[in-house]
Design a protein around this ligand. Sequence first.
Ligand code: URA
Length: 214
Amino acid sequence: MTSNTDPFVHVINHPLVQHKLTLMRRKDASTNSFRTLLNELAMLMAYEVTRDMPTQDIEIDTPLETMTAKVIDGKKLVLVSILRAGTGILDGMLSVVPGARVGHIGLYRDPKTLQAVEYYFKMPKDMQERDVVVVDPMLATGNSAIAAIGRIKVLNPKSIKFVCLLTCPEGVAALRRVHPDVAIFTAAIDRQLNDHGYILPGLGDAGDRIFGTQ
Ligand code: URA
């Protein structure tokens, strides 16, 4: 695993995150346990990604007295899932921030060129008022993330962050080169990309492992 000193790249090395990631990597993890672990991991990662979310003060009554307390406006947050594997992270994050809006981008990797090809794009209204978190379990070549973020930038949101479970030095470098303003949150930076665009040692095809389609 590669270490990292780039302040825009956040490797979440909390023991719970690392433990669950190890269980997911094992080739004998069942589809059910892979999906459950991804959900739990996404909840833990949501905690880090939303750390700087703005709060506002409201007046509430406790059973004993009135006080000023903080709340977040979850509706200002848009979670954008890159289909289809992004769904696995989206579900876990939504259970922590249920008020978030959701956008979807359908992209598939052309198996020959490894380039991202778009087939679906649907975002909430008023994107210029919202903070965006783009989710996709694997940042490999970076092509999908780069294309998705490029499309979202046209809508001029307040901020964009990118969350993945796993990445590699090639993926980080590609995304940082094209979108240097977008912070990356990941559970690990693995050794390298192979010739087929898979991360090594990695965890295989995340979509197949989430949906049991291998
Ligand atoms: N997508 C995956 O699902 N796995 C990889 O290793 C790379 C891209």
